[in-house]
Design a protein around this ligand. Sequence first.
Ligand code: BDR
Ligand code: CA
Length: 326
Amino acid sequence: MDVLRILLDTDTAGDDAIAILMALRAKNAKLEALTINCGNVDFDQEVENALYTIELAGMSGKVPVYPGSRHPLLREWKTVEYIHGKDGMGNSFFPKARQRPERRHAVDAILETVNSNPGEITLVEIAPMTNIALALRKDPTIARKVKEFFFMGGTNQYLGNQTPAAEFNIWVDPEAAKIVLQSGMPTTMVGWEICMRYAVIGESEYREIDAMRTREAEFFVAVNRQVRKYHKKVRGVDATECPDSITMSIVLDRKIALKVFPKYVEVDNQSELSRGATVVDDLNVLGKKPNVNVVYEASSRLFRRALHNLLRGESLSAPAPHPPRR
Ligand code: BDR
Ligand code: CA
């Protein structure tokens, strides 16, 4: 069985933690390292959340965590504790993990890992793209050495979550996203709309998850507690979303992405109103060469199967990896 070697960049809060667990438990993947980017909550808290998640999975000391960019390239950084809780983990305030972060900077860890394993590393982004942009600036050759690059971020003809036009990860650091999307890496985008259409967990599913009574299920409920409260209050719905974990599920099992099309995608970093918007040239009006494989449809059923298996404490199945689509 081919094993996917994953390097995961995260701003660890609730759903990032579930995506990390998925990667740690997948039989067809090896999580080489986690790198941390500024995003959801206080930077050092994000680092602690990543370390705690590794410990929860019983993998303490086995996956290094490299702290990276503590600030976006140019923009002021605004965290979203009001969505994820003060600790980013639903106000669970988990104990400090035994494992400590590495001293090496995330950018150097990315360069070292990709350069010493050309064609081997699948880079996965579930956070703003500062670390990866800096790595590409420091050594642009890594663009042709990564096996593939997947990111959760942006929207394809859909409303954003941070502003009406933009999804959070891209909005935080639009300049970084621009650098990354223009780098030439074989890139796949899982936009916010994919999460909203196929990966929203509602009240009855929460009851099912509650009834599982596993540590994983309890962890899922706990880390999503504040997001759930936020949605009840702001949108009047009892539900939470799984943007990072549906992205990881697609990385681990391509069959979950039902329709993927190569498109030209550009990030707006010029206007204030649509800062961080991902403009997907669906009709190829601009006539530019596609730079991103955009996921247009995903299987809610297969995503749920992967998530529920994880939460029941079963290891993920090991589907055969598919070749890159471009
Ligand atoms: C993205 O922003 C973060 O809040 C989530 O972890 C996810 O990566 C969704 O917009
Ligand atoms: Ca994230």
